[in-house]
Design a protein around this ligand. Structure first.
Ligand SMILES: O=C(O)CC1=CCC(=O)O1
Length: 264
């Protein structure tokens, strides 16, 4: 049970737009930070309050020693929304951010009225895969995973035509503190939200990338099928980083869904 007002780690948050407008909240991926949403924002309706958070151990948020239980990452997000007086948000989460979003929707129904879950699942990869990556980072640092991640994260067309997007994502990943990266990998390794997510009933949009090497579209589709009435959108020519690679299409999917939510 998460109690309102708890603030285990005080997350770095950027809060933009009119404070009395409906809140759209963003939670980023492992090894990224809140700037991963930058390119999406200009394509969103301007009558929204847009709140972006840096997860613990990432961006400008504090980095406690790990490992982190997933429940603590959910509590951090809940505490941040309580601190900013946000209720009934539309919550967007990508990858681990999508796991945090599922957890928050299950635990704090007052904070989340609609979900947008991108490139995520109830369980990502396997504990063995995460253990192997933890070993690599302990021995060689985050740098050792940058190359393989960029392969999984970005579509062929992005590698060919937009190398600057990949260089920027790689730089942000390199800047992620080792303890933060390790702590969040441990959280993912221990998490399977099948049971609690299967009980969700709130309006949900799930988006997948046509060339996602981290959470393949078929896996993401399974998440969509688990939550009754969920809308599903495949973002073409994108890997794991749809908001970075195809910000206009990604924002259009969110805007369309928010419009539908007005009538629910
Ligand atoms: O590490 C990856 O390939 C992708 C990933 C898994 C969880 C997350 O947030 O990113």
């Amino acid at each position: 049970m998460i109690l309102p007002g708890e603030d285990p780690v005080r997350l770095h948050v950027v809060d933009e737009g009119p404070h009395d407008a409906p809140a759209l909240v963003f939670a980023h991926a492992l090894g990224a930070d809140l700037t991963m949403w930058d390119a999406v924002l200009p394509y969103l309706p301007n009558d929204l309050r847009v709140i972006r958070m840096d997860m613990r151990g990432h961006g400008q948020s504090p980095c406690p020693d790990g490992p982190y239980p997933m429940g603590d990452l959910v509590k951090d997000a809940a505490a941040a929304l309580d601190r900013f007086g946000v209720k009934d948000s539309a919550l967007v989460g990508i990858s681990i951010g999508g796991i945090i979003a599922q957890g928050l929707a299950a635990e704090r129904k007052d904070l989340v009225r609609a979900l947008i879950l991108s490139n995520t699942a109830v369980k990502i990869a396997t504990p063995a895969i995460w253990e192997e990556r933890v070993d690599i980072v302990r021995k060689e640092g985050v740098e050792a995973l940058v190359g393989p991640n960029m392969q999984r994260w970005f579509a062929r067309a992005t590698h060919r035509d937009r190398p600057e997007l990949i260089l920027n994502a790689a730089e942000i990943m390199r800047a992620t503190p080792e303890a933060g990266y390790l702590g969040c990998m441990a959280a993912i390794a221990d998490t399977d939200l099948y049971e609690s997510t299967a009980r969700l009933t709130l309006p949900t949009l799930v988006t997948a990338g046509s060339e996602d090497g981290s959470t393949p579209a078929d896996l993401v589709r399974e998440l969509a099928d688990l939550i009754p009435g969920t809308h599903f959108k495949l973002i073409r020519k994108s890997g794991h980083m749809g908001p970075v690679e195809q910000p206009e299409a990604y924002a259009a999917a969110i805007s369309e869904f928010l419009e539908i939510c007005k009538h629910v």
